[in-house]
Design a protein around this ligand. Structure first.
Ligand SMILES: *Cc1c(COP(=O)(O)O)cnc(C)c1O
Length: 367
């Protein structure tokens, strides 16, 4: 006898998204190098906008984020009518998958990609399909080989999370060219601002030229506005229309819209974030490479984190524990099939010094 409401079978299968940890097992607060947040914080202009507008809490926000979309369009050379803003880019990815996939359909992504992707498929009763990788990175051939007549959406995080790998414009174009016209390619550019100046995967141009490409962006990473939950997506009008049907009606808060506008105007902050990241990422990766004789290696990264592999006597678990003891939360990824790796966000210079020193100490102890 049924005694309580019964969920749809695919809902019961969902494992909720696991956010990056910020406390130790004993409750101590840790420096969070587990969620790819901006160690420089937020643009002072965006903080000032939040301060100014927190009085306006009683009115609903602009449901269409018109001013914000106009600003995004101006910065990226896009048509504001082909932009939709979301409660983080996560909402937009959710809507894109929901609008096209359901029970019996497949959603394809690289074996090692954003941990939200399988959830997006499960939420709508679709089947997540993990495509074969190449040395952990997304493989165009692996993705194309995984596409079947049931495939509705291919998700590509570029740069990739958690690997940090990047597919150039030629490879992304080859992926798109190999897909049937009725399969949506989502290029998730959450870390695009961290790419070296002039490097571009061509996603925005593809989204302007084709009816089956959507590009998503976020203000959670390089803009340092993760708390405000602001993302945007661009693509053909029919795709934007689908997302507009499904998104929340007032999905970007009034303060969030103001903070995003101010943050977008402060491109110096984004540049400073990129410069800090590339310098510290190079320094950190070099320090990890120097531990190569202990089986520890850094996967080359184009993002604001580095995947560190532990293939020797020092295990990822031991490093996780040692770093927690030293006050740092990093991301251990056994549930994503990477039990021998830690994803470490590039933090402040002094924090990276400390993390490097702890890993060196761990190797010294076991040498
Ligand atoms: C962090 C991240 C996002 C951003 O999500 P928001 O909802 O915009 O905060 C999107 N995609 C990937 C791959 C990410 O790592």
């Amino acid at each position: 006898m049924i005694t309580r409401p019964t969920p749809k079978p695919w809902i019961a299968k969902i494992h909720p998204y696991a956010p990056g940890k910020s406390t130790a097992a004993d409750g101590r607060a840790l420096v969070k190098l587990s969620a790819n947040e901006n160690p420089l914080g937020t643009s002072p202009a965006a903080i000032a906008a939040l301060e100014t507008h927190r009085q306006d809490a009683s009115a609903y926000p602009d449901p269409d984020a018109k001013e914000l979309r106009a600003k995004i369009a101006a910065i990226h050379g896009l048509d504001p009518a082909r932009i939709v803003c979301g409660t983080g880019s996560g909402e937009l990815l959710t809507c894109a998958v929901q609008s096209l996939a359901g029970p019996g359909d497949e959603v394809v992504f690289s074996r090692y990609s954003f941990s939200l992707y399988p959830l997006l498929a499960h939420k709508v009763g679709a089947t997540p399909v993990f495509a074969p990788d190449t040395d952990l990175a997304a493989s165009v051939d692996g993705l194309l080989a995984s596409v079947t007549s049931r495939t509705k959406v291919v998700l590509l995080d570029n740069p990739n999370n958690p690997v940090g790998s990047f597919l150039g414009a030629d490879e992304v174009a080859r992926l798109h060219a190999g897909l049937p016209k009725d399969v949506l390619l989502v290029v998730d550019q959450a870390y695009a601002e961290y790419l070296a100046a002039g490097v571009d995967d061509g996603g925005l141009a593809l989204a302007q030229a084709h009816e089956n490409v959507l590009v998503s962006r976020t203000l959670s990473k390089a803009y340092g506005l993760a708390a405000e939950r602001i993302g945007w997506a661009t693509g053909a009008p029919h795709l934007i229309d689908l997302i507009n049907r499904l998104r929340g009606p007032f999905n970007v808060t009034a303060s969030g819209q103001k903070a995003a506008l101010a943050g977008l105007e402060d491109q110096q902050f984004v540049e400073d974030s990129r410069d800090h990241n590339s310098a510290e990422r190079a320094r950190f990766s070099d320090a990890i490479s120097a531990l190569g004789n202990h089986g520890i290696s850094a996967v080359p990264s184009e993002a604001n984190f580095v995947l560190v592999r532990f293939d020797g006597s020092v295990t990822a678990g031991a490093a996780l524990d040692a770093l927690a003891k030293a006050g740092y939360a990093v991301r251990h990824l056994p549930s994503q099939g990477l039990p021998n790796a830690l994803r470490i966000t590039i933090g402040k210079t002094e924090d990276m010094d400390r993390v490097i020193a702890e890993l060196q100490k761990l190797c010294g102890d076991t040498a």
